[in-house]
Design a protein around this ligand. Structure first.
Ligand code: SAM
Length: 296
């Protein structure tokens, strides 16, 4: 299985393999429900030297050696900062949420992205079917002072049947084969798993799109590289709905690659070139996302 995995990754982009090995930094962002930039000053007083990220003044990186130590700092224990990967932060910020928006986070636990949306939105609905993860997420929202998040212990595949197209924005951070988190020996990866997730993701993206108001925007994301779980899912949506359009995104980072249109015996719509693969590099872990508009 190892060989199959590495062969596939090499075909997507050989640079991914170097990025998977190298983890020199981690990142966090300021939780605006509880703090502002002064939280960084407090961290400096506690002996840390956070480096700011040039595309977001609330996001910072630190050397990986500080990862454990920071969880003991008072800034962290008071929930003034949230440890979150830069790829997640940047993708969540690509959904242009404003204070009038009702946002649906369709696969939400542990809730890191819902917390970002809650800082800007009128209301966020966070859906998570796994009971344990659901209750941990609820606690996470409470601890981080987010008061505008409603939580639902439901299966995302069927949410649209209950709601219809009512949400201004939707984020689907889909359950996936998590290839971006492979850094040592490959024990749990296999092709069957990729295919199983692909099927679930196709059902989830249809639900997400059906939940979206005409004129609304959504993001589909995964932390995996396989095209079956990424471009193929977007291609299915484009074939099913004439109103679905992929929107070009302008990202302020270089470690990215546009979507691929050919994989094994499959050919996808040229539109999927607008999808983004974030290549793993320092505090950015591997990520894939596509921004989609529902034309009225
Ligand atoms: N968005 C989260 C964050 O940033 O903190 C991470 C989400 S994680 C990638 C995917 C989540 O989808 C997991 O918590 C998993 O339990 C959940 N999930 C699995 N099957 C699902 C389904 N049928 N509907 C909705 N969510 C599902």
């Amino acid at each position: 299985m190892q060989d199959v995995f590495f062969e596939r990754i090499k075909k997507i982009n050989p640079k991914i393999l170097d990025g998977l090995k190298e983890k020199k930094e981690f990142s966090f962002r300021i939780n605006k429900h509880k703090a502002d930039l002064e939280a960084v000053e407090a961290l400096r007083e506690e002996g840390f030297s956070p480096k700011s990220v040039d595309w977001n003044k609330y996001a910072y990186t630190l050397p990986i050696e500080d990862r454990k130590k920071i969880t003991k700092s008072s800034t962290y224990t008071q929930n003034k900062i949230y440890i979150q990967n830069l790829s997640s932060i940047i993708a969540a910020n690509m959904l242009d949420v404003n204070e009038n928006d009702w946002v649906l986070d369709l696969a939400a636990a542990p809730g890191g992205k819902s917390l970002i949306f809650s800082e800007k939105a009128r209301i966020v609905s966070a859906v998570e079917p796994d009971k344990k993860r659901f209750f941990r997420m609820k606690r996470n929202f409470k601890e981080h002072g987010a008061k505008n998040i409603q939580t639902y212990n439901k299966d995302g595949r069927f949410v649209y049947k209950a709601t219809g197209p009512i949400f201004d924005k939707v984020f689907l951070d889909a359950p996936c084969s998590s290839e971006a988190h492979i850094d040592g020996e490959i024990t749990w990866w296999n092709l069957k798993r990729v295919k199983r997730f692909s099927k679930l993701q196709k059902e989830l993206i249809i639900s997400a799109f059906e939940c979206l108001k005409p004129g609304g925007e959504m993001i589909y994301a995964t932390c995996t590289f396989s095209p079956e779980e990424n471009e193929e899912v977007i291609d299915l949506l484009l074939n099913k709905y004439d109103e679905a359009k992929v929107i070009e995104v302008d990202l302020p980072i270089d470690n990215i690659q546009s979507g691929i249109t050919k994989w094994e015996d499959k050919k996808y719509s040229d539109e999927v070139k607008k999808c983004i693969r974030i290549l793993p590099e320092s505090a950015y872990s591997g990520f894939f996302f596509a921004k989609i508009k529902k034309n009225p």
